[in-house]
Ligand binder design. Structure first.
Ligand code: SAM
Length: 262
């Protein structure tokens, strides 16, 4: 089930890319790296990473055919893209190999149970290799709370069969503990607030519809999703007030760790 729309997601490209560049800046380049990018999306940033690191190989993984359709157009020497589900990485062929860099930008918030996920990610990292993960931590913002409240109301609750977007992202402190427990010799974990100055509150609706709301879009009929989006927009714009431009504050957690060489 997927409702990713590459064009809608690209609408705030500059704002969405900055955390990626901040995450990439944490990575220590080494000659001839094997890289995997989990939840690579439309692949432009994966290609940037591949070239910037002068990696020997970079594999982009995504579960959305719409996103992969665009990503495959980026393929070049050493850079490939495959369909795959991070939720089931142990049973995927690429999930049984090891990489010098396991990278994931703005994707792992879609995967539940990080207490289980991070040990699985650790198993993908080769000795001396690195893990670099960025995830939004904005679930407490009114833009997300409004969507979750609406999803609990009828007719959406029945159509969603009780589905609630799970809260997946742990505290930064917990990720630091997990990296330590999993044997990462060096680490950096930080929460960073990205201030996005958007034209007005309606831009927040557009932003959220390109990411957070995809989970509802994929579970509702087109008609019901259209009604959901309209009501969500009405409530959110009322709640955000008339400020123009509107400052959309966006906390994100950036996680980096390096294992000891074998
Ligand atoms: C917000 S986009 C980020 C894309 C890209 N990493 C970037 O920085 O622009 C999240 C991506 O994660 C993918 N994704 C979500 N859950 C996934 C899963 N379980 N397995 C693989 N990909 C997943 C989505 O299809 C989507 O392309």
């Amino acid at each position: 089930m997927t409702a990713w729309d590459p064009a809608l997601y690209a609408r705030f490209e500059a704002e969405r890319s900055q955390p990626f560049y901040d995450l990439a800046a944490l990575v220590r380049a080494r000659a001839g790296m094997a890289v995997i990018d989990l939840g690579c999306g439309s692949g432009e940033l994966t290609a940037w990473l591949h070239r910037g690191l002068e990696a020997a190989s970079t594999l982009g993984i995504d579960s959305s055919e719409a996103m992969l359709g665009r990503a495959r157009a980026q393929a070049e020497s050493g850079l490939t893209f495959e369909a795959g589900d991070i939720n089931r990485l142990e049973s995927e062929p690429w999930g049984r190999r090891q990489y010098d860099l396991v990278f994931s930008n703005a994707a792992l918030q879609w995967v539940t149970d990080h207490e289980r996920l991070f040990p699985s990610l650790r198993s993908l990292v080769a000795p001396g290799g690195q893990l670099a993960v960025q995830m939004p931590a904005n679930e407490g913002h009114i833009s997300h709370v409004t969507a979750m409240d609406l999803a609990r109301e009828e007719p959406y609750a029945s159509a969603l069969e009780g589905y609630e977007r799970p809260l997946t992202v742990l505290s930064p402190v917990r990720y630091a503990e997990l990296l330590h427990t999993l044997g990462f010799e060096e680490q950096s974990v930080r929460l960073q607030i990205y201030p996005h100055l958007l034209p007005g509150p309606e831009s927040v609706v557009e932003w959220v519809s390109g990411t957070f709301l995809t989970a509802f879009r994929s579970r509702l009929s087109p008609e019901l999703y259209a009604a959901f989006l309209e009501e969500y927009g009405r409530r959110l714009i009322a709640a955000l007030g008339p400020a123009r431009p509107y400052l959309y504050t966006y906390p994100r957690v950036l996680i980096w760790g390096r294992l000891a060489a074998g």
